[in-house]
Design a protein around this ligand. Structure first.
Ligand code: ATP
Length: 244
């Protein structure tokens, strides 16, 4: 069943056409990796989903109903740059966000344990390393067992062990029944967990489908190599169009 439907989303920032009509159907319980070069529109698309960016047109539905502010509040979100109150502890930040989402703040202990941060729960977030801050962000996203997890560049700057823990956590979340959207440039890691992939180029989807469908279209290619072929093909086509 389709959990999330993104239909013909267009977004401009002044003269910049960030999204030029994006359609994406996300099945319940899937792990969709959103790939695309810098500036392709991945964060903007997530912004539209989360309600921080207002699209100029198009529609987003959850379970075939227009998305609501209440539904958005329940999403688990890990931002590309985790921003927490620096002078507050990991626990205080996590409890604060849990309360905003209407979740029992008691659940954050379990989330912090899952990402291995239980010993740092009383540390100010200004004193965390980048990877630790990323783990705190993931713990906060997991709190309350969200139905949709949106992870924007979650693998950046992680050491290999923490990366493995992130991948395992995403797998566990899927087993629990969550639907997961991940934007990333770390394609080989994403391929280990992805059920679907979508490739965004210049604000439009250039390819999307299940990993099996994409492998059938590009036999013998890894997701990384499929991505490169789709991206190069698009550049070639636009150069041909300019020359015509
Ligand atoms: P990256 O991989 O670098 O994070 P992205 O795919 O997430 O990139 P977006 O951040 O969504 O890309 O940006 C899409 C386009 O919109 C880019 O051309 C960017 O410069 C532009 N853009 C993004 N945010 C704004 C803004 N607040 N004001 C104006 N232009 C913006």
């Amino acid at each position: 069943m389709s959990f999330l439907t993104i239909a013909d989303i267009k977004t401009r920032y002044g003269p910049v056409e960030a999204l030029r009509g994006v359609d994406l159907d996300v099945n319940e319980g899937s792990i969709v990796v959103l790939l695309g070069p810098n500036g392709a529109g991945k964060s903007t698309l997530f912004g539209c989903l989360l309600g921080t960016v207002l699209p100029d047109s198009g529609e987003i539905q959850i379970r075939e109903q227009p998305i609501t502010a209440d539904a958005r509040r329940q999403f688990g979100y890990l931002a590309e740059r985790v921003t927490l109150y620096p002078q507050r502890t990991v626990r205080e930040n996590a409890e604060y966000i849990a309360r905003l989402k209407g979740i029992d703040p008691g659940v954050i202990d379990d989330s912090l344990r899952r990402v291995g941060l239980e010993d740092l729960r009383e540390r100010k977030t200004s004193q965390l390393s980048k990877g630790q801050l990323q783990r705190a962000g993931l713990a906060i996203a997991l709190a309350g067992r969200p139905q949709l997890l949106v992870l924007d560049e979650p693998f950046n700057g992680l050491d290999p062990l923490v990366l493995e823990m992130f991948l395992e956590t995403v797998r566990e979340e899927r087993e629990r029944g969550a639907t997961i959207l991940i934007s990333t440039h770390t394609i080989s890691a994403a391929e280990e967990i992805a059920t679907h992939a979508a490739i965004l180029l210049d604000g439009k989807l250039a390819a999307s489908g299940s990993i099996e469908e994409l492998r059938e279209q590009f036999p013998g290619h890894s997701l990384e190599s499929i991505y490169h072929r789709v991206a190069k093909n698009r550049v070639k086509k636009s150069m041909e169009a300019m020359a015509a």
